[in-house]
Design a protein around this ligand. Structure first.
Ligand code: CTP
Length: 395
């Protein structure tokens, strides 16, 4: 098997020395690294250091005729599985966002057909500058993965976000990007939509209707599906959870935003709707409701039912799975809910205890064939078992 190959572009910043540590970590994993050093980068590390660590020649110039004869810049940009910029300076990000190709690094970035991961490092003000914010947004929209820099004391004496993420964190992001680029597992090639968390329905600019959903079960399911090779789109309500590896996350606030995002994410092979969507909303006021005006009467309006809509829709995924949060007659209510919503499976759970926000879950899987009660399991284990069942069903 050919080893995984990374093209590492080392930009000009004081953090360039950490690229050396990254190469060491990658080599330890058996990943082949070919380095491109920009002119600015060469002010901080030498080609000799990178060549010794990577055990490969280092490329510095577009006009190196020997390279153009033996390996053109197009080939160099495409023979890798992933292109990594470390450190990605404000200048490199700007030139990349603008499509400028005025040296070897930017020419490779324009010519490549491979995923690109950028690990930024720069002064906090440069990171926060409107131009950099705009460039990073542009690059992300273009499909480049731009990591968030670390926050802390900087070489220049200032404090804030802008430090290069630590090499082990960059390595983890590289593994994630490689997994997303060449998925393996029983769900490789499948697209699965997952909703998770609560929704917030604004009442006025400072108040909202919410519920106790933590998003933990939905996030665990999204992660378990991605770990089995699926391309996962996770629509997340307001929660405080890290994005599982390999998952594309879209943050939403209200039920209507979640419904729109779900429709936009189709087609999908399966959908797992775990979100505790608010059933009702109110027409929010543009100003804060004042106590002096007396207790307001909230008139509730129904929200769209995402699960029922998706099950009945023209672009219905082959397998539609809902959750049923019940506090009474759990199984009977969930069996009725499966029929009412038109979905294939329902996972029913009793939410009268501390399930919402807790680490464990006791669920009943309700399908056309009947009811299967699972023992109480950590949410991660519920997710793993469900992901395996989905893989079997889509096989
Ligand atoms: N659901 C949805 N959109 C809504 C309400 C619920 O997609 N507006 C989905 C949930 O994500 C879940 C399933 O429907 O997969 C059941 O949610 P639940 O809150 O148990 O049921 P409700 O439809 O709200 O019914 P009830 O509150 O009357 O039990």
């Amino acid at each position: 098997m050919t080893p995984t190959r990374i093209l590492l572009i080392v930009g000009g910043g004081i953090a360039a020395y950490k690229a050396c540590e990254l190469i060491r970590l990658l080599r330890k994993e058996g990943i082949a690294v070919r380095c491109v050093l920009t002119a600015a980068g060469a002010q901080f590390v030498t080609p000799m250091t990178l060549a010794a660590l990577s055990e490969q020649p280092v490329h510095t110039s577009l006009w190196d005729l020997k390279d153009e004869a033996e390996m053109g810049h197009i080939q160099l940009s495409r023979e890798a599985d992933l292109v990594v910029l470390c450190p990605a300076t404000a200048d490199l990000l700007a030139r990349m966002a603008g499509g400028i190709a005025d040296d070897l690094a930017t020419t490779l970035l324009l010519a490549t057909d491979k995923p690109v991961l950028a690990a930024p490092a720069m002064n906090v003000r440069m990171w926060r500058h409107a131009a950099t914010v705009r460039n990073v947004a542009r690059l992300r929209a273009d499909g480049v993965t731009v990591m968030e820099p670390d926050e802390g004391a900087m070489a220049c004496g200032e404090y804030g976000p802008g430090r290069l993420p630590e090499p082990p964190a960059i390595l983890a992001a590289i593994r994630q990007a490689l997994a997303a680029a060449a998925p393996i597992g029983p769900l490789a090639g499948r697209h699965i939509l997952v909703t998770a968390g609560p929704t917030h329905e604004p009442i006025d600019p400072v108040r909202y209707i919410a519920n106790r959903s933590s998003g933990k079960q939905g996030f665990a399911i999204a992660g378990a599906l991605a770990a089995r090779g699926a391309r996962v789109t996770l629509l997340a309500g307001p929660v405080n959870l890290p994005t599982p590896a390999g998952v594309t996350r879209i943050d939403v606030e209200t039920a209507r935003q979640m419904a729109d995002a779900a429709a936009a994410a189709l087609p999908a092979d399966a959908a797992v709707l775990v979100a505790a969507v608010a059933d009702w909303r109110v027409e929010p006021t543009s100003h804060k409701l004042k106590k002096g005006a007396g207790a307001p009467a909230l008139s509730l309006l129904p929200n769209p039912d995402i699960l029922a809509g998706l099950s009945a829709g023209a672009a219905r995924p082959r397998l539609v799975i809902g959750f049923a949060a019940e506090t009474q007659d759990v199984i009977a209510n969930a069996v009725a809910k499966r029929a009412a919503k038109g979905c294939d499976w329902i996972l029913a759970n009793d939410v009268s205890g501390d399930v919402m926000g807790g680490a464990d879950n006791e669920v009943h899987l309700i399908t056309a064939d009947g009811v299967e009660s699972w023992e109480t399991l950590p949410k991660s284990a519920v997710a793993a078992r469900l992901a395996d069942r989905i893989a079997d069903a889509l096989a």
